[in-house]
Design a protein around this ligand. Structure first.
Ligand SMILES: CC(C)(COP(=O)(O)OP(=O)(O)OC[C@H]1O[C@@H](n2cnc3c(N)ncnc32)[C@H](O)[C@@H]1OP(=O)(O)O)[C@@H](O)C(=O)NCCC(=O)NCCS
Length: 296
């Protein structure tokens, strides 16, 4: 227990000691509950304004917009708890599920290719997925008809019918730039020949192990699961992990205008129009500077 919580507490065995007020004394010393301003008795009374008993402004009644937001948040929380999603790092064994998720989510020109997933998961171990567990024949579970069920992996060998179904992913590499450039998104043509070296033979392309900026290349939630808070949950989990790992100083991404607010709510700042021409261009650079609080 912190030391200050011990202060004013009777010593062990001193409960009957007269020097310690009993509970009734404490309650008697408290101001009566009512509609007058609640202040400490020692506060000079001339500074205390009596409240008009007919004036309800002291209590804040939520307006319709706030009520709608609260109802929406509760609906989302219910939907999220039904899914029981949990985060897990993405590896090369998740490539097929990521390809399916990407195909189901992005227009053709913005999709990450199978080879890019392979490259990114081989060179950088910082990508994160959001999963649920389901069986293929469980008609009650929405995940049993998810596009990623066929490529889902077995949860553990004792229950071969139970699978880990990918619902959302956040796929990244690192760069030495402070925002994302086309070169950061590129696939070095000869990357497979570079063995396990962190650098590709062309040092200007792709992942840079020494970089302090995480580039989010793909954030995607299966269409049937969108709008239920899963994207927000994945991003929050991701930011927290990177912050605690100390692996980077910032997270950068490219957003289309309609998603600027979504990322701003997560703490990302708009840095202006991006120079990146990927997928036809027209992106906004957004960056989140990390607090870097590695776990002790
Ligand atoms: C964008 C995406 C990752 C968000 O995940 P999600 O689980 O659907 O989002 P959440 O349920 O957490 O929603 C959070 C907020 O973002 C808003 N939002 C989500 N997608 C949006 C979109 N395409 N346009 C505008 N607002 C959007 C939601 O309306 C919600 O706003 P609110 O809190 O004010 O109601 C997901 O919708 C998706 O995969 N979209 C397609 C792929 C994509 O565009 N990825 C981003 C590439 S930059």
């Amino acid at each position: 227990m912190p030391r200050d919580l011990f202060e004013g507490r009777p010593a062990m065995g001193a409960e009957d000691d007269d020097t310690h007020p009993d509970h009734d004394d404490i309650l008697n010393g408290m101001p009566e509950l009512g509609r007058s301003a609640r202040v400490h008795p020692s506060y000079p009374s001339e500074h205390v304004e009596e409240l008009d008993p007919d004036d309800s402004s002291g209590y804040s009644t939520p307006d319709e917009e706030t009520k709608d937001k609260i109802a929406k948040d509760m609906e989302r929380q219910d939907a999220l708890s039904e899914m029981k999603p949990y985060p897990k790092g993405l590896t090369i064994s998740d490539v097929e599920s990521c390809v399916k998720l990407e195909d189901a989510t992005f227009p053709l020109q913005e999709r990450c290719s199978r080879e890019k997933f392979e490259y990114r998961f081989t060179k950088c171990q910082l990508s994160l997925g959001m999963y649920t567990s389901a069986t293929e024949d469980d008609s009650e579970s929405q995940a049993s008809s998810a596009p990623t069920i066929d490529t889902a992996q077995i949860v553990y060998s004792g229950a071969p019918e139970r699978k880990l179904v990918l619902l959302a992913h956040c796929v990244v590499t690192k760069t030495t730039n402070s925002t994302i450039m086309d070169a950061d998104m590129a696939l070095p043509p000869d990357w497979e020949e570079s063995g396990t070296l962190a650098h590709s033979p062309d040092p200007s392309l792709g992942h840079k192990e020494e970089g302090r900026t995480v580039c989010i290349h793909s954030l995607a939630v299966l269409p049937a699961y969108q709008g239920r808070g899963l994207g927000t949950m994945l991003m929050k989990a991701y930011i927290q992990r990177i912050e605690q790992s100390g692996a980077a100083d910032r997270i950068a991404l490219l957003a289309h205008d309609e998603l600027v607010n979504f990322y701003a709510k997560l703490g990302f700042e708009v840095k202006g129009p991006s120079k990146a021409t990927f997928g036809g261009g027209g992106w906004v650079d957004m960056v989140l500077e990390l607090k870097n609080q590695p776990l002790g």
